[in-house]
Design a binder for this molecule. Structure first.
Ligand SMILES: [Zn+2]
Length: 377
């Protein structure tokens, strides 16, 4: 039923077209043509203009051949870098890249599997509901494309994203994240001549960080301070330090609480940092940039879309492992807009490295699973 050669050919064509984030026009042109050949109606939105990419998000609509609730299929067309002149190589049934680039199976494997599944539905004359295939840009840049997607263009209320590593794995939960930059401002002074007149931003930062709980906080919450920048020279009491960090949690309340704890430990240390020089009181200060990066994803175990997936995997006798992810993806955004979306593994592995690879066999298996999911949706 699944055509292995056709999958290989399609995968080689797509991965041979470089598509780093913000430069997706070439792959978008190709996909527009390819999905039109399959019978889809194509629309691009204006997300590219808003975020500085040379293409918008692509929506490919298939009217379907039976009545029922439409189904969303989600993938992304951009890749991480290095992605210049990517050359896919097939050896012993495994695709890798030839040179010092990523392969781009993240997420082109997912796009290829959707195309193969639709080809099979048509060849086998399997009835299916209307499909809305959303291929986003700039997913790897903090889900920028999905965040700009015009959701009024979509009718589906349930979906399957193809965008995670491994095989026979389905993600139903992923954390939300807060990212922040905290600037701490002290007062500059010569460290040898008049240290009494300085307030050290580095010392405030170190006291604050020492109070923070970082790393794994509990089974669904993590926190990190990732960078510290500040200071000018060993003989200058530093007047500025910037801390950048993040908190992730599957639980929005914990996310809020632990973000607040980090911020308040800085606030309290800043408040304590006061000196009096003559008649003048010098006080440290701070500023905060807080970005709520995405909403959490939590699809119930008994949700209709998971029932469809269970029925599909039972038909193939391939049980799916339902698990939580550690990071966010476009599916977080879709769920945030009320489209109940789970993520199905595409077979890719070692993604975001130049050792990225994928077995043809796993693309065959995922396409097969997708056919069974769509026919039951
Ligand atoms: Zn991806």
């Amino acid at each position: 039923m699944i055509n292995e050669q056709r999958i290989c050919d399609e995968f080689i064509r797509q991965t041979s077209i470089d598509s780093p984030s913000f430069k997706e026009a070439a792959i978008a042109n190709y996909l527009e043509k390819r999905f039109k050949e399959l019978g889809a109606e194509i629309e691009f939105d204006d997300a590219g203009e808003k975020i500085g990419s040379d293409s918008g998000n692509m929506i490919a609509r298939f009217p379907g051949t039976k009545a029922g609730e439409p189904l969303l299929l989600s993938v992304h067309m951009d890749t991480v870098t290095p992605a210049e002149n990517v050359q896919p190589v097939l050896n012993d049934g495994i695709f890798t890249s030839a040179g010092e680039t990523i392969l781009g199976g993240d997420d082109k494997s997912g796009i290829v599997e959707i195309i193969e599944a639709i080809d099979v539905l048509h060849e086998q004359k399997i009835p299916y509901v209307a499909l809305e295939v959303v291929v986003t840009i700039c997913e790897e840049q903090g889900l920028l494309g999905a965040k700009q997607l015009d959701f009024s263009k979509l009718k589906a209320k349930r979906g399957v994203a193809l965008d995670t590593t491994g095989i026979d794995i389905v993600i139903n939960r992923a954390p939300a994240a807060n990212r922040f930059t905290i600037n701490i401002f002290g007062h500059e002074a010569h460290a040898g001549v008049c240290p009494e007149q300085g307030v050290s931003a580095i010392q405030i930062a170190s006291r604050a960080i020492a109070r923070m709980t970082l790393g794994r906080i509990d089974n669904e919450t993590t926190a990190n301070i990732g960078t510290i920048h500040g200071g000018l020279a060993s003989n200058i009491i530093p007047n500025r330090v910037s801390l950048r960090g993040e908190v992730r949690s599957h639980d929005v309340n914990k996310l809020r609480k632990h973000t607040e704890l980090i911020i308040s430990s800085v606030e309290e240390e800043v408040a304590k940092a006061t000196i009096t020089v003559g008649a003048e009181t010098k006080q440290a200060s701070m500023s905060l940039e807080l970005k709520e990066d995405f909403s959490p994803m939590r699809v119930a175990e008994d949700a209709p879309i998971l029932q469809v997936i269970h029925a599909a995997s039972a038909a193939l006798d391939r049980p799916q492992e339902i698990r939580a992810a550690g990071g966010g993806s476009d599916a977080n955004i879709f769920n945030g807009h009320g489209i109940e979306t789970v993520i199905v593994a595409t077979g890719m592995s070692k993604v975001h490295t130049i050792n990225e690879q994928i077995a043809v066999d796993d693309m065959v298996k995922t396409s097969e699973l997708l056919v069974e999911i769509i026919r039951r949706a």
